[in-house]
Design a binder for this molecule. Structure first.
Ligand code: HEM
Ligand SMILES: *[C@@H]1O[C@H](CO)[C@@H](O)[C@H](O)[C@H]1NC(C)=O
Length: 577
């Protein structure tokens, strides 16, 4: 009996149209169920996960999205929940599980010694707008070439002679702007977020273009606010005692950097595929598309200026001067045509302009927020600055940049280190380059690992081996230094007592992943430290930090290019220097 005869025999009395419909219905239901089963998360064997999450195609995603603490905090909580230094997060339909690790020695080994981990798709896939920027490449020849252009540009001699006076100059403009603002605000709070963004933007623009580009976002703001007349300006006061200042329009290149940077941050968290949004932004959007063409031309023009100087044997000055000269030398040596002015070099400059600005400004906002939250830390810091920068104090003036850089300021270093630890820019990700093993678990090739070794507010699970192999809890105790749990903001944890009984900074006491580790660690670290050091010193000496309403001091944050505070307010009074 054929299939249709069989059907007829069994369902003889039923309308054949209904039979067909029932058949199709069953087939569709089976297919949908099959699809559903196929979309359910498939956890890696042996690594803990949330048992409930396996039952939904969304895995952990809905819970993760609902967590106001964001990705970093949620990941820390997962490890605590399981009480293990390794677990996995199920990232929704069509996504592979992501492995979370909080074990310091294992993390160090992964980043510094082992070759079975590389730059992660977790970053590369989310930032297609970076183009051929070395941050967004797997470790290989292209990465080596791009990184080679920059290599030692942030080593001491170059950094000190080229960048320190510039950074100091921009910080002075910030102080000038804030002096004007604090006068006009008259005891009310104002937002620091855009001004610190402008500081980071001016510094990184200056690094690339040197004196070829003299426009300054901060100088424009300062000029703009300077035109507000203190007698006739009544700034409306918000319900938390805050005022808002008008923003000056910036140079179109810097304005574009800010806007596209913000867009890249949005892409990081969008539910749309990043590649699609990126394509739209770059090639279709009437708002963003023109900028991409314009910034490529703009950067290329400056590369050509640098090339002209090189061909005239003029001394190298700007970041681009060095990039161009190195590429030229490298190409001659390798007997290859050079890529000077090609998209890869434009993308390298653009990438650093964005990456350097977002991360550093986020860190500077956290520094001042945490200082405002902790007046005892601010007082101690100011006392250290005043006693160690003794000439400046005696002469009742602000320190010079040389004084700041040539003076040992252990507590300042400790404050910066503690902010970076507790408010790390990101969970450092790596992908496995082959089937491998981590803390006794098998991990297939192509798995993303997030290293959850630190903030924000990270508390290690009790049974995790978090402190294993670190000096943290060793006998480095002295009066006034208690062992506080990792989620506390406590600069003292970075200080040790030397034989003479003096306190010294020791950056190896606690785990620190603020800039990553190993060959793929942050290239801009030294520039960022320099900027943070000068800004923090000058602002602390120049101003007293007044009270800011509780509603304005929350630590709500967003996690995109960097872990960024949603708000940051200051209430400044000039200390008359
Ligand atoms: C406080 C400020 C900054 C923080 C917290 C920060 C943090 C980081 C982190 C965590 C990484 C990943 C490291 C890893 O995967 O091991 C990174 C990479 C990188 N950062 Fe930064 N960064 C900062 C400032 C800067 C600045 C100012 C620049 C440029 C001048 C910069 C350029 C880069 C580049 C190019 C990479 C990629 C390195 C590579 O893939 O080989 N960063 N940064
Ligand atoms: C700002 O600080 C000053 C001085 O400490 C204080 O008198 C004032 O009330 C503070 N403003 C707000 C809005 O809290």
């Amino acid at each position: 009996m054929s299939f249709s005869e069989n059907l007829k025999a069994n369902f003889g009395g039923i309308d054949p149209r209904f039979q067909t419909a029932a058949l199709y219905g069953t087939a569709i239901l089976t297919a949908v169920y099959g699809l559903y089963l196929w979309l359910l998360p498939r956890p890696l064997a042996g690594i803990p996960y949330n048992k409930e999450s396996v039952k939904s195609i969304w895995g952990d995603v809905l819970e993760l999205r609902a967590d106001t603490g964001g990705l970093a905090k949620w990941c820390g909580k997962q490890l605590e929940r399981h009480g293990t230094p390794i677990c996995q997060a199920l990232m929704g339909p069509l996504s592979k599980p992501v492995v979370l690790v909080a074990d310091v020695p294992e993390t160090r080994a992964m980043l510094m010694g082992r070759s079975d981990f590389d730059r992660s798709a977790y970053i590369i896939d989310r930032f297609p707008l970076f183009g051929e920027f070395h941050l967004n490449m797997k470790t290989g020849d292209a990465w080596r070439t791009s990184r080679g252009w920059l290599k030692d540009l942030l080593d001491k001699p170059h950094l000190i002679s080229n960048m320190t006076p510039r950074i100091y100059g921009h910080v002075l403009t910030l102080l000038e702007l804030w002096e004007k603002k604090s006068g006009l605000a008259n005891g009310h709070s104002f937002s620091m977020v855009d001004d610190l963004r402008d500081l980071a933007l001016d510094v990184i623009t200056n690094f690339h273009f040197g004196d070829d580009f003299t426009d300054s976002a901060l100088a424009r703001q300062s000029h703009h606010v300077g035109q507000l007349d203190s007698k006739n300006t009544r700034l409306p006061v918000g319900k938390n005692g805050e005022v808002e200042f008008p923003q000056a329009p910036l140079h179109e290149f810097q304005e574009g950097l800010i806007e596209t940077g913000d867009k890249m941050a949005d892409i990081y968290t969008t539910v749309w595929p990043p590649a699609l949004v990126s394509f739209w932004v770059r090639y279709i959007s009437p708002h963003y598309r023109p900028f991409f063409g314009a910034k490529d031309r703009f950067i290329r023009d400056y590369i050509n200026l640098a090339l002209k100087r090189l061909n005239n044997n003029e001394p190298l000055q700007t970041g681009l001067d060095f990039m161009v000269s190195r590429e030229k030398r490298g190409a001659v040596k390798a007997k290859k045509p050079s890529v000077i002015g090609k998209q890869t070099m434009v993308d390298e400059a653009y990438g650093n302009l964005i990456a350097g600005q977002h991360t550093t400004s986020a860190a500077m906002v956290w520094i001042l927020k945490l200082l405002i939250d902790h007046p005892e830390v601010t007082n101690r810091l100011r006392e250290e600055l005043q006693t160690h920068l003794v000439e400046a104090t005696q002469e009742n003036r602000l320190p010079t940049v040389d004084e700041i850089l040539n003076t040992r300021l252990a507590y300042l270093d400790a404050v910066l280190e503690e902010v970076l630890r507790l408010r790390a820019a990101m969970l450092v990700p790596r992908d496995t380059t082959r089937d491998t093993e981590l803390l006794g678990n098998r991990i297939p090739k192509g798995t993303s690992i997030l290293l959850v070794c630190q903030g924000p507010d990270f508390s290690p699970s009790p049974s995790s081996a978090y402190w294993r192999g670190t000096k943290a809890d060793a006998a480095r105790q002295f009066p006034g230094k208690e062992s506080k749990s990792p989620e506390h903001f406590d600069p003292m944890r970075w200080l040790v007592q030397n034989e003479k009984g003096e306190l010294e900074f020791d950056g190896t006491t606690y785990p620190q992943l603020g800039f990553g580790l190993g060959v793929r660690s942050c290239w801009g670290r030294r520039l960022a430290y320099l900027e943070m050091r000068i800004m923090t010193t000058m602002v602390t000496l120049k101003f007293d930090f007044g009270q800011v309403a509780d509603a304005l001091t929350t630590h709500e944050a967003s996690y995109d290019i960097s872990y960024r505070a949603k708000q940051g307010w200051v209430n400044l009074t000039s200390r008359g220097l």
